[in-house]
Write a protein that binds this ligand. Structure first.
Ligand code: AMP
Ligand code: GLY
Length: 435
Protein backbone atom coordinates (compact mmCIF):
# COMPACT_ATOMS: atom_id res chain seq x y z
CA UNK A 1 0.00 0.00 0.00
CA UNK A 2 1.20 3.50 -0.77
CA UNK A 3 -0.26 6.60 0.75
CA UNK A 4 0.51 10.16 -0.04
CA UNK A 5 1.06 12.60 2.75
CA UNK A 6 2.01 16.23 2.27
CA UNK A 7 4.39 16.39 -0.68
CA UNK A 8 5.93 13.01 0.12
CA UNK A 9 4.97 9.44 -0.38
CA UNK A 10 5.78 6.68 2.05
CA UNK A 11 5.35 2.98 1.68
CA UNK A 12 4.08 0.99 4.59
CA UNK A 13 6.96 -0.09 6.78
CA UNK A 14 8.10 -2.91 8.97
CA UNK A 15 9.23 -1.29 12.19
CA UNK A 16 11.49 -2.46 15.00
CA UNK A 17 11.49 -0.59 18.33
CA UNK A 18 14.42 -1.25 20.67
CA UNK A 19 13.84 -1.26 24.42
CA UNK A 20 11.58 -2.72 27.09
CA UNK A 21 10.24 0.06 29.29
CA UNK A 22 7.23 2.32 29.56
CA UNK A 23 8.81 4.62 26.98
CA UNK A 24 8.90 1.83 24.42
CA UNK A 25 5.34 0.76 25.21
CA UNK A 26 4.23 4.37 24.60
CA UNK A 27 6.16 4.44 21.29
CA UNK A 28 4.65 1.08 20.29
CA UNK A 29 1.13 2.25 21.19
CA UNK A 30 1.56 5.35 19.03
CA UNK A 31 3.20 3.64 16.04
CA UNK A 32 0.77 0.69 15.96
CA UNK A 33 -1.99 3.21 15.15
CA UNK A 34 -0.27 4.39 11.97
CA UNK A 35 -1.59 3.30 8.57
CA UNK A 36 2.07 3.28 7.47
CA UNK A 37 2.94 0.54 9.98
CA UNK A 38 2.89 -2.86 8.27
CA UNK A 39 4.33 -5.03 11.04
CA UNK A 40 5.66 -3.80 14.38
CA UNK A 41 8.30 -5.65 16.37
CA UNK A 42 9.77 -4.72 19.73
CA UNK A 43 13.10 -6.05 21.02
CA UNK A 44 12.97 -7.18 23.72
CA UNK A 45 9.67 -5.48 24.64
CA UNK A 46 7.40 -6.33 27.57
CA UNK A 47 3.89 -7.78 28.05
CA UNK A 48 2.41 -4.34 27.23
CA UNK A 49 4.24 -3.97 23.91
CA UNK A 50 3.06 -7.48 23.00
CA UNK A 51 -0.44 -5.96 22.64
CA UNK A 52 0.89 -3.56 19.97
CA UNK A 53 3.22 -5.83 17.99
CA UNK A 54 5.47 -8.88 18.24
CA UNK A 55 8.13 -9.07 20.95
CA UNK A 56 11.52 -10.39 19.89
CA UNK A 57 13.94 -11.79 22.51
CA UNK A 58 17.04 -9.82 21.50
CA UNK A 59 18.80 -7.36 23.82
CA UNK A 60 19.27 -3.77 22.64
CA UNK A 61 23.07 -4.09 22.53
CA UNK A 62 23.21 -7.40 20.57
CA UNK A 63 23.99 -5.66 17.30
CA UNK A 64 24.79 -8.78 15.24
CA UNK A 65 21.57 -10.50 16.33
CA UNK A 66 19.60 -7.33 15.56
CA UNK A 67 21.20 -7.19 12.11
CA UNK A 68 20.20 -10.78 11.34
CA UNK A 69 16.66 -10.13 12.56
CA UNK A 70 16.30 -6.94 10.49
CA UNK A 71 17.42 -8.70 7.32
CA UNK A 72 15.28 -11.75 7.93
CA UNK A 73 12.12 -9.72 8.62
CA UNK A 74 12.64 -6.96 6.04
CA UNK A 75 12.74 -4.20 8.64
CA UNK A 76 12.50 -0.72 7.12
CA UNK A 77 12.83 1.47 10.19
CA UNK A 78 14.45 0.98 13.60
CA UNK A 79 13.52 3.29 16.48
CA UNK A 80 16.02 3.19 19.35
CA UNK A 81 14.54 3.79 22.82
CA UNK A 82 17.42 3.81 25.35
CA UNK A 83 20.81 5.54 25.24
CA UNK A 84 23.15 2.54 25.61
CA UNK A 85 22.97 1.25 22.02
CA UNK A 86 23.27 4.80 20.70
CA UNK A 87 26.37 5.59 22.75
CA UNK A 88 27.77 2.20 21.69
CA UNK A 89 27.35 3.22 18.04
CA UNK A 90 24.28 1.40 16.72
CA UNK A 91 23.68 4.17 14.16
CA UNK A 92 27.21 3.73 12.79
CA UNK A 93 26.80 -0.06 12.82
CA UNK A 94 23.71 0.31 10.62
CA UNK A 95 25.72 2.25 8.04
CA UNK A 96 27.37 -0.98 6.84
CA UNK A 97 26.43 -1.94 3.30
CA UNK A 98 24.03 -4.77 4.13
CA UNK A 99 21.96 -2.49 6.39
CA UNK A 100 22.15 0.82 4.57
CA UNK A 101 18.59 0.54 3.26
CA UNK A 102 17.30 0.43 6.84
CA UNK A 103 16.50 3.74 8.42
CA UNK A 104 17.66 3.91 12.04
CA UNK A 105 16.19 6.74 14.11
CA UNK A 106 18.85 7.98 16.53
CA UNK A 107 22.12 9.91 16.48
CA UNK A 108 25.53 8.64 15.42
CA UNK A 109 27.91 7.69 18.24
CA UNK A 110 29.48 11.13 17.88
CA UNK A 111 26.07 12.77 18.37
CA UNK A 112 25.21 10.48 21.29
CA UNK A 113 28.20 12.00 23.11
CA UNK A 114 25.85 14.83 24.05
CA UNK A 115 24.57 12.33 26.62
CA UNK A 116 27.47 9.86 26.76
CA UNK A 117 30.05 12.42 27.89
CA UNK A 118 29.12 15.28 30.19
CA UNK A 119 32.53 16.84 29.48
CA UNK A 120 31.80 16.78 25.74
CA UNK A 121 28.35 18.31 26.28
CA UNK A 122 29.73 21.11 28.47
CA UNK A 123 32.51 21.93 26.03
CA UNK A 124 30.00 21.93 23.17
CA UNK A 125 27.68 24.32 25.03
CA UNK A 126 30.54 26.61 25.98
CA UNK A 127 31.69 26.76 22.36
CA UNK A 128 28.16 27.51 21.11
CA UNK A 129 27.50 29.99 23.96
CA UNK A 130 24.49 27.95 25.10
CA UNK A 131 23.43 28.97 28.64
CA UNK A 132 24.48 26.34 31.18
CA UNK A 133 26.08 26.22 34.64
CA UNK A 134 29.72 27.38 34.81
CA UNK A 135 32.06 24.40 35.11
CA UNK A 136 35.49 22.83 34.92
CA UNK A 137 36.38 19.24 34.06
CA UNK A 138 39.14 17.22 35.78
CA UNK A 139 40.74 13.81 35.27
CA UNK A 140 43.00 11.77 37.56
CA UNK A 141 46.01 13.55 36.03
CA UNK A 142 44.80 16.85 37.50
CA UNK A 143 43.34 15.44 40.70
CA UNK A 144 45.14 17.92 42.97
CA UNK A 145 43.96 20.81 40.85
CA UNK A 146 40.40 19.48 41.16
CA UNK A 147 40.73 19.35 44.95
CA UNK A 148 41.99 22.95 44.99
CA UNK A 149 39.08 23.99 42.75
CA UNK A 150 36.58 22.32 45.07
CA UNK A 151 38.19 23.91 48.16
CA UNK A 152 37.25 27.37 46.96
CA UNK A 153 33.97 26.57 45.11
CA UNK A 154 30.67 28.00 46.36
CA UNK A 155 28.29 25.50 48.02
CA UNK A 156 26.31 23.52 47.13
CA UNK A 157 28.45 22.26 44.27
CA UNK A 158 27.53 19.71 41.60
CA UNK A 159 29.84 16.82 40.60
CA UNK A 160 29.11 14.72 37.54
CA UNK A 161 30.86 11.57 36.35
CA UNK A 162 31.61 12.11 32.68
CA UNK A 163 30.17 8.87 31.27
CA UNK A 164 26.92 6.91 31.56
CA UNK A 165 26.33 5.85 35.16
CA UNK A 166 22.72 4.60 35.08
CA UNK A 167 21.42 7.94 36.37
CA UNK A 168 23.57 7.75 39.52
CA UNK A 169 26.59 9.78 38.41
CA UNK A 170 25.44 13.19 39.71
CA UNK A 171 26.19 14.33 43.27
CA UNK A 172 24.93 17.60 44.71
CA UNK A 173 27.24 18.23 47.65
CA UNK A 174 26.04 20.61 50.36
CA UNK A 175 29.28 20.55 52.37
CA UNK A 176 32.97 20.78 51.47
CA UNK A 177 33.60 17.32 53.03
CA UNK A 178 30.89 15.68 50.94
CA UNK A 179 32.19 17.36 47.78
CA UNK A 180 35.78 16.23 48.37
CA UNK A 181 34.65 12.70 49.28
CA UNK A 182 32.47 12.42 46.15
CA UNK A 183 35.32 13.66 43.95
CA UNK A 184 37.73 11.11 45.44
CA UNK A 185 35.17 8.29 45.07
CA UNK A 186 34.65 9.10 41.40
CA UNK A 187 38.24 9.71 40.33
CA UNK A 188 40.44 7.65 42.64
CA UNK A 189 38.14 4.89 43.91
CA UNK A 190 36.50 4.57 40.47
CA UNK A 191 33.00 4.24 41.91
CA UNK A 192 31.52 4.50 38.40
CA UNK A 193 34.39 2.74 36.62
CA UNK A 194 35.52 4.39 33.38
CA UNK A 195 32.51 6.73 33.54
CA UNK A 196 34.41 8.61 36.27
CA UNK A 197 37.69 8.99 34.35
CA UNK A 198 36.70 12.59 34.00
CA UNK A 199 34.55 14.58 36.43
CA UNK A 200 32.66 17.77 35.68
CA UNK A 201 32.43 20.16 38.63
CA UNK A 202 29.76 22.78 38.14
CA UNK A 203 27.86 25.60 39.71
CA UNK A 204 24.55 24.73 41.41
CA UNK A 205 21.61 26.45 39.73
CA UNK A 206 18.41 27.21 41.63
CA UNK A 207 15.15 27.09 39.72
CA UNK A 208 12.40 24.89 38.39
CA UNK A 209 13.20 22.13 35.87
CA UNK A 210 11.43 20.98 32.75
CA UNK A 211 12.22 18.95 29.65
CA UNK A 212 12.01 20.04 26.05
CA UNK A 213 12.13 17.50 23.24
CA UNK A 214 12.88 17.93 19.60
CA UNK A 215 13.03 15.57 16.69
CA UNK A 216 15.71 16.60 14.20
CA UNK A 217 16.97 15.46 10.81
CA UNK A 218 20.18 17.41 11.36
CA UNK A 219 18.90 20.42 9.40
CA UNK A 220 15.32 20.92 10.54
CA UNK A 221 13.59 20.24 13.81
CA UNK A 222 10.09 19.88 15.18
CA UNK A 223 9.28 20.73 18.78
CA UNK A 224 7.45 17.95 20.61
CA UNK A 225 5.24 18.58 23.66
CA UNK A 226 7.18 19.74 26.73
CA UNK A 227 7.10 17.71 29.94
CA UNK A 228 8.18 17.82 33.54
CA UNK A 229 9.22 14.69 35.35
CA UNK A 230 9.46 13.97 39.05
CA UNK A 231 12.72 12.19 39.81
CA UNK A 232 12.69 11.81 43.59
CA UNK A 233 11.09 8.79 45.26
CA UNK A 234 9.36 10.74 48.01
CA UNK A 235 6.47 13.20 48.03
CA UNK A 236 7.46 16.85 48.04
CA UNK A 237 10.52 15.94 45.92
CA UNK A 238 12.38 14.25 48.78
CA UNK A 239 14.55 11.14 49.08
CA UNK A 240 16.61 9.26 46.53
CA UNK A 241 16.70 9.92 42.80
CA UNK A 242 14.84 7.42 40.60
CA UNK A 243 14.42 6.96 36.86
CA UNK A 244 11.27 9.11 37.20
CA UNK A 245 8.10 8.70 39.28
CA UNK A 246 5.68 10.61 37.09
CA UNK A 247 5.37 13.40 34.55
CA UNK A 248 3.03 16.07 33.27
CA UNK A 249 2.56 17.71 29.88
CA UNK A 250 2.28 20.52 28.94
CA UNK A 251 4.47 22.36 31.46
CA UNK A 252 2.58 25.44 32.69
CA UNK A 253 5.62 27.75 32.67
CA UNK A 254 6.92 26.59 29.27
CA UNK A 255 4.81 29.29 27.63
CA UNK A 256 5.47 30.85 24.20
CA UNK A 257 7.80 33.54 25.63
CA UNK A 258 9.92 30.97 27.48
CA UNK A 259 9.90 28.56 24.52
CA UNK A 260 11.04 31.30 22.17
CA UNK A 261 14.10 31.80 24.40
CA UNK A 262 14.70 28.04 24.40
CA UNK A 263 14.54 27.89 20.60
CA UNK A 264 16.77 30.90 19.97
CA UNK A 265 19.35 30.39 22.72
CA UNK A 266 19.47 26.60 22.97
CA UNK A 267 17.86 24.59 20.17
CA UNK A 268 19.15 26.55 17.16
CA UNK A 269 22.73 26.84 18.47
CA UNK A 270 22.67 23.12 19.35
CA UNK A 271 21.80 22.17 15.77
CA UNK A 272 24.31 24.69 14.39
CA UNK A 273 27.01 23.22 16.63
CA UNK A 274 26.27 19.69 15.42
CA UNK A 275 26.45 20.87 11.80
CA UNK A 276 29.71 22.75 12.40
CA UNK A 277 31.25 19.66 13.99
CA UNK A 278 29.90 17.55 11.08
CA UNK A 279 28.09 15.30 13.51
CA UNK A 280 25.28 13.22 12.00
CA UNK A 281 22.19 13.53 14.14
CA UNK A 282 18.81 12.19 12.98
CA UNK A 283 16.80 11.51 16.07
CA UNK A 284 15.45 12.91 19.32
CA UNK A 285 17.21 15.43 21.52
CA UNK A 286 15.96 15.67 25.08
CA UNK A 287 17.04 18.94 26.65
CA UNK A 288 16.85 19.01 30.45
CA UNK A 289 16.34 22.65 31.39
CA UNK A 290 16.21 24.72 34.53
CA UNK A 291 14.46 28.07 34.62
CA UNK A 292 16.51 30.57 36.62
CA UNK A 293 14.80 33.98 36.94
CA UNK A 294 12.72 33.26 33.83
CA UNK A 295 15.81 32.37 31.77
CA UNK A 296 16.43 28.81 30.50
CA UNK A 297 19.72 27.02 31.26
CA UNK A 298 20.67 23.53 30.09
CA UNK A 299 21.20 20.99 32.88
CA UNK A 300 21.84 18.10 30.50
CA UNK A 301 21.25 16.70 27.06
CA UNK A 302 19.98 13.19 26.40
CA UNK A 303 20.21 11.57 22.98
CA UNK A 304 16.80 9.85 23.27
CA UNK A 305 13.34 10.43 24.67
CA UNK A 306 12.72 10.42 28.42
CA UNK A 307 10.98 7.82 30.51
CA UNK A 308 8.31 8.54 31.88
CA UNK A 309 8.12 11.74 29.77
CA UNK A 310 7.35 9.73 26.60
CA UNK A 311 4.25 8.37 28.35
CA UNK A 312 2.77 11.90 28.39
CA UNK A 313 4.38 13.21 25.20
CA UNK A 314 3.16 10.48 22.81
CA UNK A 315 -0.53 10.79 23.79
CA UNK A 316 -0.28 14.56 23.18
CA UNK A 317 0.95 14.18 19.59
CA UNK A 318 -2.18 14.34 17.48
CA UNK A 319 -0.77 13.40 14.12
CA UNK A 320 0.88 10.23 12.92
CA UNK A 321 4.47 9.96 14.19
CA UNK A 322 5.72 7.65 11.42
CA UNK A 323 5.87 10.25 8.61
CA UNK A 324 7.98 12.44 10.92
CA UNK A 325 10.36 9.57 11.68
CA UNK A 326 10.50 8.45 8.05
CA UNK A 327 11.32 11.99 6.88
CA UNK A 328 14.59 12.14 8.85
CA UNK A 329 16.57 10.12 6.33
CA UNK A 330 15.91 12.51 3.42
CA UNK A 331 15.99 15.54 5.75
CA UNK A 332 12.43 16.62 4.89
CA UNK A 333 11.19 17.00 8.46
CA UNK A 334 10.18 20.62 7.73
CA UNK A 335 7.22 19.19 5.76
CA UNK A 336 5.93 17.33 8.82
CA UNK A 337 4.89 19.55 11.71
CA UNK A 338 4.13 17.96 15.04
CA UNK A 339 0.55 18.77 16.03
CA UNK A 340 0.15 19.04 19.79
CA UNK A 341 -3.11 18.26 21.55
CA UNK A 342 -4.64 20.89 23.82
CA UNK A 343 -5.38 18.17 26.39
CA UNK A 344 -3.33 17.87 29.56
CA UNK A 345 -1.71 14.55 30.39
CA UNK A 346 -0.32 13.26 33.66
CA UNK A 347 1.48 9.98 34.22
CA UNK A 348 1.95 8.27 37.56
CA UNK A 349 4.51 5.49 37.90
CA UNK A 350 3.73 2.46 40.06
CA UNK A 351 6.91 1.06 41.57
CA UNK A 352 7.96 -1.94 43.64
CA UNK A 353 8.47 -1.58 47.38
CA UNK A 354 12.09 -0.67 48.11
CA UNK A 355 12.79 0.99 44.74
CA UNK A 356 15.19 2.66 43.89
CA UNK A 357 17.19 0.46 46.28
CA UNK A 358 16.77 -3.32 46.51
CA UNK A 359 13.24 -4.48 45.67
CA UNK A 360 11.37 -7.73 45.12
CA UNK A 361 10.38 -9.06 41.73
CA UNK A 362 7.79 -11.68 40.80
CA UNK A 363 4.82 -10.29 42.73
CA UNK A 364 1.50 -10.94 41.00
CA UNK A 365 -0.36 -7.95 39.55
CA UNK A 366 -4.00 -8.76 40.15
CA UNK A 367 -5.87 -5.72 38.86
CA UNK A 368 -4.94 -3.82 35.69
CA UNK A 369 -8.20 -2.24 34.51
CA UNK A 370 -8.01 1.51 33.94
CA UNK A 371 -10.94 3.91 33.88
CA UNK A 372 -11.58 7.27 32.22
CA UNK A 373 -9.39 8.73 29.50
CA UNK A 374 -6.40 6.66 30.57
CA UNK A 375 -3.68 4.48 29.15
CA UNK A 376 -1.65 1.88 30.96
CA UNK A 377 1.96 1.46 29.88
CA UNK A 378 3.95 -1.52 31.12
CA UNK A 379 7.54 -0.99 32.30
CA UNK A 380 8.86 -3.78 34.56
CA UNK A 381 6.36 -6.61 34.08
CA UNK A 382 6.59 -10.19 32.85
CA UNK A 383 4.08 -12.90 31.96
CA UNK A 384 4.71 -16.21 33.68
CA UNK A 385 2.34 -19.19 33.37
CA UNK A 386 -0.39 -16.80 32.25
CA UNK A 387 0.09 -14.55 35.28
CA UNK A 388 1.29 -10.96 35.08
CA UNK A 389 4.15 -10.41 37.55
CA UNK A 390 6.30 -7.46 38.56
CA UNK A 391 9.75 -7.64 37.00
CA UNK A 392 11.43 -4.34 37.85
CA UNK A 393 11.54 -1.29 40.07
CA UNK A 394 9.29 0.77 37.86
CA UNK A 395 6.35 -1.54 37.10
CA UNK A 396 3.73 0.41 35.16
CA UNK A 397 2.79 3.96 34.23
CA UNK A 398 -0.77 5.27 34.09
CA UNK A 399 -1.23 8.19 31.73
CA UNK A 400 -4.51 10.07 32.00
CA UNK A 401 -5.96 12.95 30.04
CA UNK A 402 -7.87 15.95 31.30
CA UNK A 403 -9.16 19.26 30.10
CA UNK A 404 -7.05 20.68 32.92
CA UNK A 405 -3.90 19.47 34.66
CA UNK A 406 -5.93 18.98 37.86
CA UNK A 407 -8.37 16.67 36.06
CA UNK A 408 -5.56 14.65 34.45
CA UNK A 409 -3.86 14.24 37.83
CA UNK A 410 -7.06 13.23 39.61
CA UNK A 411 -7.86 10.51 37.06
CA UNK A 412 -4.26 9.20 36.99
CA UNK A 413 -4.19 9.02 40.79
CA UNK A 414 -7.55 7.23 40.95
CA UNK A 415 -6.29 4.62 38.51
CA UNK A 416 -2.97 4.27 40.33
CA UNK A 417 -4.94 3.44 43.47
CA UNK A 418 -6.99 0.76 41.67
CA UNK A 419 -4.17 -1.30 40.23
CA UNK A 420 -3.13 -3.97 42.68
CA UNK A 421 0.13 -5.69 43.52
CA UNK A 422 1.76 -6.28 46.85
CA UNK A 423 4.21 -3.56 47.84
CA UNK A 424 2.87 -1.11 45.26
CA UNK A 425 4.05 2.46 45.83
CA UNK A 426 3.36 5.65 43.90
CA UNK A 427 3.70 9.37 44.50
CA UNK A 428 0.33 11.03 45.02
CA UNK A 429 1.72 14.52 44.51
CA UNK A 430 2.86 14.52 40.87
CA UNK A 431 2.25 18.04 39.53
CA UNK A 432 1.98 19.32 43.12
CA UNK A 433 3.62 22.70 42.54
CA UNK A 434 1.03 23.70 39.92
CA UNK A 435 -2.11 22.88 41.90
P1 AMP B 1 21.39 14.59 35.48
O1 AMP B 1 21.78 13.17 35.74
O2 AMP B 1 22.40 15.38 34.72
O3 AMP B 1 19.97 14.66 34.96
O4 AMP B 1 21.27 15.29 36.89
C1 AMP B 1 20.36 14.79 37.82
C2 AMP B 1 19.67 15.92 38.50
O5 AMP B 1 20.62 16.70 39.25
C3 AMP B 1 19.02 16.93 37.58
O6 AMP B 1 17.76 16.55 37.13
C4 AMP B 1 18.95 18.14 38.47
O7 AMP B 1 17.84 18.04 39.35
C5 AMP B 1 20.20 18.03 39.29
N1 AMP B 1 21.26 18.90 38.73
C6 AMP B 1 22.18 18.56 37.81
N2 AMP B 1 22.98 19.61 37.54
C7 AMP B 1 22.56 20.63 38.31
C8 AMP B 1 22.99 21.99 38.49
N3 AMP B 1 24.04 22.49 37.86
N4 AMP B 1 22.31 22.75 39.38
C9 AMP B 1 21.27 22.25 40.07
N5 AMP B 1 20.82 20.99 39.95
C10 AMP B 1 21.46 20.18 39.09
N1 GLY C 1 13.11 10.75 33.11
C1 GLY C 1 14.45 11.10 32.88
C2 GLY C 1 15.13 10.35 31.82
O1 GLY C 1 14.55 9.63 31.05
O2 GLY C 1 16.35 10.49 31.74
Amino acid sequence: MQQSLSSHTFNTMNILILGSGGREHAFAWKIAQSPFCKQLYIAPGNPGTADCGINVPIAVTQFEELKAFCLQHSIDLVLVGPEDPLVLGIYDFFQQEALQHIHLVGPSAAGAQLEGSKGFAKEFMQKMKIPTAAYRAFSSADYEEGIAYLQQHALPVVLKADGLAAGKGVVIAASREDALAAFKEMILDRKFGNAGDKVVIEEFLTGIECSVFILTDGQNYQLLPSAKDYKRIGEGDTGLNTGGMGAISPVPFADPVFMQKVEERIIKPTLLGLQQEKIIYKGFIFIGLIKVNNEPFVIEYNCRMGDPETEVVMPRIENDLLPLLASLKMQTLHDHPCVQSTLHYATVMLVSKGYPEAYEKGTQITETAVAGRSLLFHAGTVLHDGKLLTNGGRVMAISSAGDSLAEALTVANQNAATIQFEGKYFRKDIGWEFE
